[in-house]
Design a protein around this ligand. Structure first.
Ligand code: FAD
Ligand code: DLZ
Ligand code: SF4
Length: 510
């Protein structure tokens, strides 16, 4: 039977069972498609990186003897989406079967499940990428119900045996968060490793993006710094295990603007490779555990912190996404309705923490977790920005952004728009947190110690405005009730001035 097998831009797993044998009747399709390139305004580096990685993957499949159709935008532009492209390819080439791997995004899964092709049978396969099989998600998650990452993570540690000794967590603890999450002191800056960057020439891809007027954001140089094939991804993994892992946990939450590698610090930057499936999550964790066993400089605190992100958070977020879609995409528990400020597209604001995090995101298509959660995310949360706009920004701007992982992190963890499915309370903070975890405030025109007046850090007033706005909902939470007691103890006049400062700021914002 002559069949076509579709591979999406984030399905570049060379170890998939599809490739176990070469079959002359099977053609693999990789296609640059208008709808995929435009369902959100993507970062230029993201589109260039995905197109380039698809091209490498097609080349490798061909070299292994497979039949491949690699269609670029010049060829596919007349087709708005995969449905029309596949319909045309089936009639043109007479395929009797079309197979696809289940997309990781709800929109595309519905689209492909709805395919009706004349004379061709449509079959869905699994991507074989995640550690919890799709059909088992219901054993861990329930729609609309809150789940806690910690208990899921412990189950996954037991299930996989990672960092376990005789049924017990290695080192005696499940969680080393208290030993981690330190601020960077000036002498620590010397420890920051040189990030491994790549240099594939993406000129032709960028020209194609521009020729077809694909709307993008951010900048992209002709040579792309991101890994675009498995070999490069493995090199990045190796470099992280050698240079970054030994301080990963300790400085996981730290931020600085006083170093030329401040954007990468001790982070792995493996999310692009992982999310395109050029690397398998298990091999990434096994490499980190092997580095811990071989290298005394890598302590249990570091490796556990890293394994937790992949075995815990990454798999957990995917479960939350699938069990709650499609309702999750429109939840807005805090009724946030303010438009996203224009400076999110330019970085042009006097708040240094936001300038740094947004500027870096525009330049590199990357920010690390705490920049996403506690700088841009926290600002949107306390300023009450509409989660639809927040989601669209995050889904576009990061090279690793795919809805299954972006949305539960954004709507759930960061914006509390799911009302507590992901987190037990909002991650809301004032300038104090930024000052504790970074040196951003030292380069800011605002004073982080002040709550009122034109020179006061806007986050301080916004924080209290947020808490007061949502008092009825949040006060019931015993983990938050104490904060209201502190607020009530302050002078009435101080409280009035704080709220006035926040309102003035919000009025200027719109
Ligand atoms: P490292 O710090 O080196 O961590 C190692 C790996 O752990 C990452 O590559 C990633 O696969 C995984 N990981 C870490 N934290 C998380 C998490 N919270 N959820 C899922 N996986 C995690 N991650 C994405 O992959 N795509 C997104 O679109 C995305 N959007 C986010 C939006 C917001 C608002 C927030 C707060 C977080 C988001 N994250 C997202 C999670 C996290 O910020 C990124 O995975 C991480 O910054 C990627 O950089 P890294 O590879 O250097 O990660
Ligand atoms: C993100 C993306 C982009 C920008 N372009 C393409 C594309 O042209 N062709 C393709 O097959 N996939 C692309 N992707 C990735 C898909 O949108 C991705 O498969 C979904 O986001 C599902 O996670
Ligand atoms: Fe950000 Fe406030 Fe610090 Fe300025 S003072 S960097 S606005 S936290």
């Amino acid at each position: 039977m002559k069949r076509l097998r579709l591979l999406l831009g984030d399905q570049l797993n060379p170890d998939h069972p599809w490739f176990d044998s070469v079959c002359d009747d099977t053609t693999y399709l990789l296609a640059e498609v208008w709808e995929e390139a435009t369902y959100v305004r993507h970062h230029r580096q993201k589109v260039a990186g995905i197109f380039c990685a698809m091209s490498h993957f097609a080349g490798n499949l061909r070299a292994a003897g497979h039949q491949v159709l690699h269609l670029d935008l010049d060829v596919t532009r007349k087709h708005p989406d995969f449905t029309t492209l596949l319909t045309q390819l089936v009639s043109e080439h007479g395929f009797q079967g079309v197979e696809y791997q289940r997309p990781d995004e709800y929109r595309l899964m519905i689209q492909l499940r709805g395919l009706e092709l004349k004379n061709a049978k449509v079959v869905e396969a699994d991507t074989e990428h995640f550690l919890v099989p799709f059909g088992e998600l219901e054993q861990h998650f329930q729609p609309g119900r809150s789940s806690r990452m910690e208990s899921f993570y412990r189950r996954m540690r037991r299930k996989t045996g990672l960092l376990m000794t005789e049924g017990q967590p290695e080192g005696g603890q499940w969680n080393y968060d208290t030993a981690n999450r330190k601020r960077l002191k000036p002498q620590d800056l010397e420890l920051i490793p040189q990030p491994l960057k790549f240099d594939d020439d993406v000129s032709a891809v960028l020209d194609r993006i521009d020729r077809h007027q694909v709307p993008t954001l951010g900048s992209c140089e002709r040579r792309l710094a991101w890994p675009v094939n498995r070999d490069q991804s493995l090199a990045l993994l190796e470099s992280f295990c050698r240079n970054g892992l030994c301080h990963f946990g300790t400085f996981q939450d730290a931020m600085t603007h006083r170093h030329r590698h401040a954007w990468s610090l001790f982070h792995s930057r493996l999310s692009f490779s992982l999310n395109l499936k050029m690397l398998h999550p298990m091999e990434v964790m096994q490499a980190a555990v092997a580095a811990y066993r071989d290298n005394p400089a890598v302590s249990i605190e570091q490796v556990e912190g890293f394994v937790r992100q992949i075995l815990g958070w990454r798999e957990f977020m995917r479960g939350i996404y699938w069990i709650n879609m499609p309702d999750y995409a429109s939840c807005n528990a805090l009724a946030a309705d303010r438009p996203l400020p224009r400076f999110f597209w330019t970085g042009d604001t006097e708040m240094n923490c936001l300038t740094q995090a947004i500027g870096q995101s525009l330049d590199r298509g990357y920010a690390h977790h705490i920049q996403r959660l506690m700088i841009t995310g926290n600002f949107c949360l306390i300023a009450g920005i509409n989660p639809d706009e927040v989601d669209a920004w995050y889904l576009g701007i990061y090279v690793d952004a795919f809805e299954w992982v972006e949305m539960p992190n954004t709507r759930g963890m960061s914006q509390f728009a799911d009302g507590g499915i992901v987190g037990s309370k909002p991650y809301a903070a004032g300038g104090n947190y930024v000052s504790r975890m970074s040196d951003y405030c030292e380069g800011c025109r605002y004073d982080v110690k002040q709550k009122t007046g034109a020179g006061a850090c806007p986050l301080n007033a916004l924080y209290w405005h947020f808490m007061v706005r949502h008092r009825e909902r949040l006060e019931r939470n015993p983990r938050v009730a104490m904060i209201y007691r502190n607020w009530d103890r302050q002078e009435i006049e101080t409280r009035r001035l704080v709220l006035e400062r926040a309102e003035g700021f919000l009025a200027d914002l719109t």
